[in-house]
Write a protein that binds this ligand. Sequence first.
Ligand SMILES: Nc1ncnc2c1ncn2[C@@H]1O[C@H](COP(=O)(O)OP(=O)(O)OP(=O)(O)O)[C@@H](O)[C@H]1O
Ligand SMILES: [Mg+2]
Length: 234
Amino acid sequence: MLRVNDLQVYYGGIHALRGISLRAPEGRIVTLIGANGAGKTTTLRAVTGLVKPRSGSVRLGGEELTRLDPFRIIRKGIGVSPEGRRVFPNLTVLENLELGAYYRTSREVSAELKRVYSLFPRLEERQRQKAGTLSGGEQQMVALGRALMSRPRLLLLDEPSLGLAPLMVEEVLEAVQRMNREGATILLIEQNAMAALRVAHYGYVIETGRIVLEGEARDLLEDQRVRRAYLGEG
Ligand SMILES: Nc1ncnc2c1ncn2[C@@H]1O[C@H](COP(=O)(O)OP(=O)(O)OP(=O)(O)O)[C@@H](O)[C@H]1O
Ligand SMILES: [Mg+2]
């Protein structure tokens, strides 16, 4: 589905991505884990065309996306849940969700809404509530639901667990698994490595712009280097 090959990204003099390659095969949850400033969000921005890589390529289903505008890239079937949730606080839950469906017909929109509400029953209960008055976890669900509204082939989720209490992290990541079971291929960006590796099939570890480790999620969960870096185990 998604193939990223040897991406090099600079912000002025800062060499943020130093040859990132990764794949998200159809039907899988692939996680990209790493600490603050490692280059996770930059990878997402390069995939969606928001930063232009100096070199390297991004392909979706075999199609070259590398130098397309963000608008065109998204229309190829990518749903994004950005870092920090970014719901529109003064719009209702329903209005926030509808914004995710930008170019669909009203009939398609109601079908997608149904699907999102079946994944997140709480959002249906709260559909008339202003998104800014929801709890952090509920706002995250709005952001995930909004990303689903365009019926994307690929979902890019940037740290959906950030700032959530442990129980809410579980709930949000279970929702990510349900989205995957319903057919979405997912690239899950996380700092919460252990939680992400428990729901993902495959994982990549990024450090200062490089992939330093990759493998089946269950193997990474057992990996001493991962455990040392993320669980403080000696
Ligand atoms: N617009 C920008 N201009 C200059 N440097 C940037 C810019 N955006 C990111 N960087 C730098 O690029 C590097 C990677 O940042 P990035 O946001 O991709 O990290 P991240 O892995 O998403 O971190 P976090 O977990 O904190 O969100 C960092 O050193 C950051 O300071
Ligand atoms: Mg980030």
